[in-house]
Design a binder for this molecule. Sequence first.
Ligand code: HCR
Length: 387
Amino acid sequence: LPGEGVPAAQKTSWTTFVKSIVSFSGDLSSLTAPPFILSPISLTEFPAYWCERPALFAAIADAQDEKSRSIAVLKWFISTLKGQYTSRNEKLGSEKKPLNPVLGELFYGYWPDHNGRGQTNLVVEQVSHHPPITAYYISNPTKGLALQGHSAQKTSFSSGSIVVKQIGHAVLTVDLPGGGKEEFLITLPRLRIDGIWYGSPYIELTGLSYIQSSSGWLSTIDYEAKEGRGYFGFSIGAKSHFFKAVLTPPGSTNPAKKYDGLWHETSKDSDTGEVFTDVRTPKEEVTVGPVEQMADFESRKLWQHVARGIREGDYELASREKSKIENEQRQRRKDEQAAGTRWPLKHFEHIESDPVYERLGKLFNATPTTEDTYVFMRNRDFPPATA
Ligand code: HCR
């Protein structure tokens, strides 16, 4: 039933919120939402979803040739989707509105070495507040792997759903054993947030996304493909979280490999039936140091009282603490304006046009044809010391 997932006392504010989204396009994070839909987690924590299966990430470096590396990258990518897009439903009951990071907010973490896979490190920085943009750098120095990306969203409303266009892309760099490197340009799918009327939002992926290797191999992932064709060619309904992917060799549109299945459960090689991805096994959450040892701008320290308020249902505490952070931010911006200075980013620098996007985007007609990016400039020390 409409409004079924909304607590009785918040039904009016949910209706007001939904009405405001219907007539809204732009940055959803700035809209005030009723408490039941608030998440105590900041968007700066989201890039950790890229590496919750560190062994699959490390396996990319062990692949022996260009084709196998593209397969390994596709396998790792598909295996991240469940964490990226369904974990709030699993952990918090439905998709929720994450905390809107402040400019310069930081999130650090790592996945320890295990069975020779090497340690994987995560650095996240909120590089813009208006519009919200999050930059991330995930590296496994032992394996010679680095993923650099940034993430922003444009939202609109269409037939009862919020449509989220993901702005930004990621570039995975693999150091090759004989010297040199291979790069993979990863584009991101569109999201549809369904279940809004019911007060229990969840994500469905739509459209296509691509992984273009500098070797020429291209993975095209189709999130709207129907599972099959029935009698008279009528399509058999689209299953939730279903995808089809094809891998094509350099300069060809003939698939060398085809995969299909459910990205939140299992998928298979479409020709042999062999298992391709299986994410029903537990994932590994990122290791984060104790809050007491964090700097003031580290996400879990910055939001600790707001998060406690949300978790414990003390929304007055949450909103009081949130206002403190927002007022402090407003004052900082005013002071910077008066002094003619800008907030110095700690780890990233903005560039107008990403050379990797320009080069690899041409190989599969990426739209838009140019994209800016944030380049990772300065690292930090990770405990235990990185290899
Ligand atoms: C759209 C979204 C904020 C952005 C979140 C992103 C796109 C961030 C990058 C991650 O890699 C993947 C990811 C997953 C999330 O599904 C997506 C969020 C879903 C909701 C949230 C809106 C700003 C909040 C909308 C409020 C709703 C729930 C009523």
